[in-house]
Design a protein around this ligand. Sequence first.
Ligand SMILES: [Zn+2]
Ligand SMILES: [Zn+2]
Ligand SMILES: [Zn+2]
Ligand SMILES: [Zn+2]
Ligand SMILES: [Zn+2]
Ligand SMILES: [Zn+2]
Ligand SMILES: [Zn+2]
Length: 1794
Amino acid sequence: MASELEPEVQAFDRTLLECSAEETAGRWLQATDLTREVYQHLAHYVPRIYCRGPNPFPQKEDMLAQHVLLGPMEWYLCGEDPAFGFPKLEQANKPSHLCGRVFKVGEPTYSCRDCAVDPTCVLCMECFLGSIHRDHRYRMTTSGGGGFCDCGDTEAWKEGPYCHRHELNTAGIEEEEDPLVHLSEDVIARTYNIFAIMFRYAVEILTWEKENELPADLEMKEKSDTYYCMLFNDEVHTYEQVIYTLQKAVNCTQKEAIGFATTVDRDGRRSVRFGDFQYCEQAKSVIVRNTSRQTKPLKVQVMHSSLVAHQNFGLKLLSWLGSIIGYSDGLRRILCQVGLQEGPDGENSSLVDRLMLSDSKLWKGARSVYHQLFMSSLLMDLKYKKLFAIRFAKNYQQLQRDFMDDDHERAVSVTALSVQLFTAPTLNYERLQSDYVTDDHDREFSVADLSVQIFTVPSLARMLITEENLMTIIIKTFMDHLRHRDGQGRFQFERYTALQAFKFRRVQSLILDLKYVLISRPAVWSDELRHKFLDGFDAFLELLKCMQGMDPITRQVGQHIEMEPEWEAAFTLQMKLTHVISMVQDWCASDEKVLIEAYKKCLAVLTQCHGGFTDGEQPITLSICGHSVETIRYCVSQEKVSIHLPVSRLLAGLHVLLSKSEVAYKFPELLPLSELSPPMLIEHPLRCLVLCAQVHAGMWKRNGFSLVNQIYYYHNVKCRREMFDKDIMMLQTGVSMMDPNHFLMIMLSRFELYQIFSTPDYGTRFSSEITQKDVVLQNNTLIEEMLYLIIMLVGERFSPGVGQVNATDEIKREIIHQLSIKPMAHSELVKSLPEDENKETGMENVIETVAHFRKPGLTGRGMYELKPECAKEFNLYFYHFSRAEQSKAEEAQRNLRRQNKEDTALPPPVLPPFCPLFASLVNILQSDVMLCIMGTILQWAVERNGSAWSESMLQRVLHLIGMALQEEKQHLENAMEEHVVTFTFSQKISKPGEAPNNSPSILAMLETLQNAPSLEVHKDMIRWILKTFNAIKKIRKSSSSSPVAEAEGAIMEENSRDKDKAERKRKAEIARLRREKIMAQMSEMQRHFIDENKELFQQTLELDGSSSTILNNSPVVSGMTLTALGPAQTQVPEHKQFVTCILCQEEQEVNVESKAMVLAAFVQRSTVLSKNRSKFVQDPEKHDPLFMHPDLSCGTHTGSCGHIMHAHCWQRYFDSVQAKEQRRQQRLRIHTSYDVESGEFLCPLCECLSNTVIPLLLPPRSVFGSRLNFSDQPNLTEWVRTVSQQIKALQSLRKEENAPNTASSKNSKNMDQLQLPEGFRPDFQPKNPYSESIKEMLTTFGTATYKVGLKVHPNEEDPRVPIMCWGSCAYTIQSIERILSDEDKPLFGPLPCRLDDCLRSLTRFAAAHWTVASLPVVQRHFGKLFASLVPNDSYDDIPCILDIDMFHLLVSLVLAFPALQCQDFSGLSLSTGDLHIFHLVTMAHIIQILLTSCTEENGMDQENPTGEEELAVLALYKILHQCTGSCFLTFSALREIPSGWHLWRSVRAGIMPFLKCSALFFHYLNGVPSPPDIQVSETSHFEHLCNYLSLPTNLICLFQQNSEIMNSLIESWCRNSEVKRYLEGERDAISYPRESNRLIDLPEDYSSLINQASNFSCPKSGGDKSRAPTLCLVCGTLLCSQSYCCQTELEGEDVGACTAHTYSCGSGAGIFLRVRECQVLFLAGKTKGCFYSPPYLDDYGETDQGLRRGNPLHLCSERFKKIQKLWHQHSITEEIGHAQEANQTLVGIDWQHL
Ligand SMILES: [Zn+2]
Ligand SMILES: [Zn+2]
Ligand SMILES: [Zn+2]
Ligand SMILES: [Zn+2]
Ligand SMILES: [Zn+2]
Ligand SMILES: [Zn+2]
Ligand SMILES: [Zn+2]
């Protein structure tokens, strides 16, 4: 807050507390004019409590308000202490059987797909879990806030309306009991009084519009000069603008401005300044001035402080009323009465009306408070719900008008602002946008939104329709808002600007209301309902009439259109209305009377629209084959045509319903069938279909994309049901009612093909005369399209009413055809099927019968596959296929047949019969004109005249012939005895043409075509036709014909099949021979190549052999015991190692002198192994990493993709990448997936993210192997003594050197005093054996590790560089050991190559690094490390052994030791040192384990507790006991001695990880192959490990062998004060073995996560619900992501909560679950991130990212393990890199704001 600018907060007024609630209430009880009394009280106190300046204390305000203001009301209401009064009321109340829980934003809601009356019926989680629906097919969504639980509402559920909890309350309740009977008269009277006064007060003050005045009875005597400057929200200004303006106007910081803006967005208003009038007015003018430039200014009001105080209390009062009525249904009833009581001004003057009607003027905070009150009062009381519904319906028009105008005057909509606000980190911008377009979010904060609560209650909806004529009101209101009409009274949409789009969207909410009203169909119709529904239907027809023919288009010729015409608005309207149209039809279908009336009305309206369609048009006469018909001259390509024909389509729908309901046959006299004019019915739908054909033929190219889009939507699954499908139905209706020859001629004419087929020799003339090729092609396409249309008219009979099918058959057929294209996931299938108004496709009921489900694997989705037996129902010309789908399906189906060794014909499937009303439709197939068309096309194909025909044309004709034959066969098979089958297609096609052309018969032409060599693809189909033809002939002749003919036919058939088979076999043979020949050629070429390069190949072979012995872990000498370290180390024969550079492809030997070879590597900080996530390095510059704490809180991990390059090749590559990036960034300022500035690059081969390179080295110990001397090595005691002496000597030497002013003589004297140990030469400088290039790479990688590991600037001189190198080696080995153990994999099993290479190079590098570091620095490190085990007085900051990770210590000691050993010429060997160091650290670790072990005492003792190991460990424990006891205390704090068996067991278990890590370490360091036993899993390999590591299997023997020194060492370790504190329980220590870290446990059911997240509120903005709650999967913290409120500053930049969290929890890398989106988020650093598929799947094996489908989601533990594995393997960053490379849009996202 801008506190220094504002007056001090008023001192707390103590007198307020002295006001007694009881006394005040007493006074009120006596009062004659209660209203005046109460108002005086309020006028006096409210400003004193709420007028508290800029810096209110909400808690204090609430406390005072309760004490001074609400307390007296409660006393008054109860007539006694409310502490007793309310519980009494509560007891007397019969608890409600309605749940009514109001949903919070983001709370999960459930709807049962089986039982909910409509999808708006939802349950809260608690009710859902206690209901029967949890075992049904349910859908889960997250609430947008508002709305309530419908549990207990019997109208909402077909079954199981109560959950267990609310069922109890239904016992013994009689219907409609008056709840007031449970209250005493007194209470009723008092409640009525107080509610009336308070409700009125609240309404009055909230709707008060003066800024500087109060209502007269609240005005204060003396008015102070205190004002608020109140800022209101709008949708015009962006968040940034508001923040900027506020900073200027009220002089606050950016943080404060953000706070103001956030509250303004949330509550709709916020005071931004408090002070005198002048002071506030000044701020107001600055804000207005600053924001008026762009558009209109921000809305600001200077309001008197007392008014604001009263308004705040008014809100408080409304919530108080809401909570008070919760005590008793009686109180609720009284409040409802008060609210709905008509006021003094008559109509619309009740308090509820007043609130509703000023809704659009209220600010958001106020609206949501009173909406909540309405929900908990009016909507929870069954009686008043109805009354309220009536009020609502009465006010509907006014409310909608206000709502619509809202954005004009005041623009209080929140949506726009919040879009700008929360999409700032443009995360899913597109999706958000589309959400806002499709959702009616705007209404969330408008009272209009209550309509869903009212209109969806079936009984209410019905009542409102009948009593308030609601349907008509809604439609009329809607029509009122779309005023633009063209000359014919049709809607006309202007260009679709953003503002119009916004307004239009609001208008659409009315359609939603209409949908709510219609959502449940009546089971019983009353006459009144019929009457009102038909009234509504009239209004609806008026609406459709305005759409019939809207947006007409004309074909553009010559010039391309200049401006794409507006088309979206019309289609949006169509799309929104689609469900309503379907629902209206459903309503009609449920009552015959209504259906007939509706049909008549619809026909009348259509006649009005098009009755005079022949007006002014020239009638013409068409004739073909002796048939002739009259029609008009009309060309789609020349005149206006419209896609929008809702009236025609509604009529088609109703016609089909008539056909289905059989009314047409029962009462034909009721139908206006005689009024129907089939040519009029078909005219417009036919034009529309012709338009599509012409567009497809490329005739409308110049009309631009808008037309293409319209055609697309016309066929699209979202619209087709009420567009394309209905047009087909209308044509079917037409054909079934007219002479098919007439129909075909009209159709030919509309397709502009009449000329072609009515002129006999058109084909021949065509090719000779017409040279314009594109006209020919155009006509060809049109002919194809027309044939396709005929196929559809005959074949599409799967809608109930058209064909004799039911809805199940229809959906089955859709699914079969979708799956014919390819196997599909559930969601894909859902998307391709039309959804009804309940978002149901009906798929679940039938899917099992047509498809098999294939489960998903670790990635991918579950898939449905078509059952093979369903393939025969495949129709190549299925009308819902797009062109692309059709050709895909054709290919898939042909392939399938080929696989099954069948012929590839795709004949038309057997179809169900038509309903009687449509039955005559099939005659189109055998009509003369049809036969003429078929004959003509076949003729063209036979004559093969040029381009006048196409193969698709032929294919379609063949399909039609096939359909006709199928039809005939069906007829014959189903024909009753003696019944003459009139369908005689087979006879007609056998007849040759008549004079004058004398063409051959269709059959004859088919036989000719069968042998045409160019028509190979169609042969199978022609063969199928001939076969079917024969079969029909057989059936026809079955009674009369001779059996010989049959046999003949069969033989012919047989023969042709045999011939065919032979032909195929021959072809296959030819193909095989050809393949063999090619293979032979290739292998010949190869041999030749090898001959030429013989030497080369031999070399590779040898190399392969040699490298395999090194690389593979197979033993050199079998049977020999292998030892990894020490003097007895197994000697490994030296091998030359050759590697190839991936960049220059050159080969190179790895040795000390040659050019360096490097591996691409990625170094990162890691907390994967951390046991303490709260700890992180505060000041990296001063941090000392020498000792790693055993909590491993932050380590440095090195990974590599294993790709090898020359150092110089890499350098060149990296330089070029860098140069390129710099150029690109300057030019385009775009990010890449890698950050060149911090040294990142992508591996040139595999694009794996890398940030440095590791040099490849030979085992470094062998490089110094020349001085190996095996004889006479010191034992541990001696060695420790020698090393200590050497360290001491060095220490004094360094001290000397660091004190330059001391005389040199003294110096030398000291040197003598020092008594250098024998053979120790501290002045000796060893020669670095490595080549310059290798040395350079050693430094490069060392510096990189240092830089990344400590997050500091690179400095190769820093003494911590070697420590970081050793640490990274140790940490990486530890993390790999963990992975192997967790997965139960053997230690030396087959490791992935890249891991093996990485560990080897890393270990060897770390071992060689000291050669490029300063010798004294490394020696000093060694000295200090050594001092942690062997006490040395010169250090005082050595941690105690409980606080050291022993493996890190081991690695550092071993790798630092050569720096000391190289100056030792006494014959002490390096390997002796390694062994002693290893033994020493191992012993320290054992003591560590024993000190911290917490063996469970209840473990059973083993049978023989007297094993050697057990006795030894007991003895050791006794020593430990003495040491810890004798030093400080009289008795030891160490636990009483447990059994030896327990001790030994815990030592063995505790030390295993250490031994395994050590084995890996020495294996890679010294190159000794691993023993074969450890290469396989199963046992723990304890003995094998001990042998390999040169340890006794009884580890305690180490102590016994070296007891001389060990006892004193143990004592010194235990003497440490930290150890003492630990033993006394004053501190904690890590115990062993450390458990592996895991990602948090996730619940099985996703909704519990949603619930958890919905209870989570933003930790920064005081109880606000977080918009993007995000769960850290590593530690389980919930974060408020992607929002301004929780941004924090990190390294000088504002970052979101997730990014900030990754820095502490994952040292830069993080794994999150975005709960609302159900999406896993990977983050790395500030700039990198990606989304990853969540571990939750629905029952169909699919994830639901974005939670859009709402299917129940369950945890898939395999997928979760995979994410955990990525984490364990440190692959998160790599995964992000790959994702970003694959999808560039991920790079542009501002991940840091998440
Ligand atoms: Zn509930
Ligand atoms: Zn319930
Ligand atoms: Zn159910
Ligand atoms: Zn190279
Ligand atoms: Zn690579
Ligand atoms: Zn975390
Ligand atoms: Zn927050």
